[in-house]
Design a protein. Structure first.
Length: 356
């Protein structure tokens, strides 16, 4: 059954994994991650130059470890996959060049993977993955999108953020509260005993030019500003800052917005399955709310397994195997990397004359 070595280096996690597909089910033989988060934390966010250097250092060891853990020789692999877009160009280049070199050396196909397609594929690593059609809420550090996947697997983006992604809002608000990077896990931890209702915060709707609102779109900039004002007001009369209540109120409003708009979209489109993937999908409060409200509305909620929400290579392997097994497609060894590329336009990644 097809097996691939998959690499992920689009941002601040270097990762390698060996994944196999047999009888339509995915099996992760190994999945290794070297996180650079601690190093970037001292700068309050990802420093691209540092990220590229750390990927160069970590990747060879991760690949060795992934192959050892999987107890498979390279000759048993059917392909090498790497994320090629979107992301930090220098960081992507490390995974892409490594993947292409290994593919050429071992005479195996190279499968270029779109990072968001990999996040979408992460739900296929669950014990009982859903079958399309479904709606996907993709919430990460760079994206907040509602994507319709039809029964043929075709993708259509129905909603998006007009400013920050949800993860970016977590990271910026955490900094405002004096918490560590990445902000999502830090806010989640700070919020544990907090009062979710103490501060009333805006839900950020996006106006349509002719009046009304885009029902499935998001905006987090007003919420960020409201948090800034709240923190300033608190500092004036309360010492120390009511951190738990601020974190809990913020986390709750983000969860409410994401749940409201996703379920509204399911209801409008008469979709009975909702999938949630991406780094922010690791948020426990959001996971609980999505499950509880989905159940009330009769929507079957499928969450990416916790280990595969934040960036990892197993999801890259899952996406690559989807490509390899549906209509065997390979990427050109002269394909480069790109900081941006539309998810709906992945076909050119598998053409003999590549687009970048
Ligand atoms: O998917 P990911 O690893 O990278 C991107 O593709 O962007 O997502 C990283 C984002 C960061 O903004 C981080 O703060 C957020 O996911 N995140 C969380 C949690 N864990 C990670 N946000 C909320 N709650 C969490 N537990
Ligand atoms: Zn990601």
């Amino acid at each position: 059954m097809p097996k691939v070595l998959a690499l992920e280096t689009s941002c601040d996690e270097s990762a390698a994994a060996v994944v196999e597909q047999s009888d339509g089910r995915l099996q992760v033989h190994s999945h290794c991650i070297a996180s650079q988060i601690k190093e970037h934390a001292q700068w309050g966010g990802v420093v691209p130059e540092i990220a590229s250097r750390r990927h160069v250092e970590a990747l060879p060891h991760l690949i060795d470890q992934a192959l050892n853990d999987a107890e498979l020789p390279f000759s048993d692999l059917d392909g090498v996959a790497a994320t090629v877009t979107p992301g930090l160009v220098g960081a992507l280049m490390v995974g892409s060049v490594t993947g292409r070199t290994l593919a050429a050396l071992h005479n195996r196909p190279f499968i270029a993977v779109h990072h968001l397609e990999a996040h979408l594929a992460s739900v296929r690593l669950a014990v009982s993955p859903p079958s399309p059609p479904y709606l996907v809420l993709l919430v990460s550090g760079g994206h907040t999108e509602l994507i319709h996947v039809d029964s043929a697997g075709m993708l259509e983006r129905l909603g998006r953020s007009h400013d920050d992604a949800a993860g970016e809002a977590f990271d910026k608000v955490a900094r405002l509260l004096g918490l560590d990077y990445p902000g999502g896990p830090a806010i989640q931890a700070a919020a544990v005993d907090g009062d979710t209702t103490r501060f009333v915060l805006p839900k950020g709707r996006v106006s349509k030019p002719g009046g009304g609102f885009f029902p499935y779109d998001f905006s987090f900039s007003g919420l960020k500003t409201a948090m800034l004002r709240q923190v300033e007001a608190c500092r004036a009369w309360e010492e120390p800052l009511p951190l738990a209540d601020l974190a809990a109120s913020f986390q709750q409003v983000v969860a409410d917005v994401l749940v409201d708009r996703s379920l509204r979209c399911c209801s409008d489109l008469k979709l009975s399955t909702l999938v949630m993937v991406g780094g922010v999908a690791a948020n426990q409060r959001l996971r609980q709310c999505m499950h509880a409200r989905g159940a009330k509305q009769g929507v079957d909620v499928h969450l990416a397994p916790l280990a595969y929400c934040t960036d990892n290579a197993a999801m890259v392997g899952a996406a690559a195997l989807g490509r390899l097994t549906s209509q065997p497609v390979f990427s050109s060894l002269s394909l480069g990397v790109s900081a941006r590329w539309a998810l709906e336009n992945c076909a050119p990644l598998y053409q003999s004359n590549p687009p970048f």
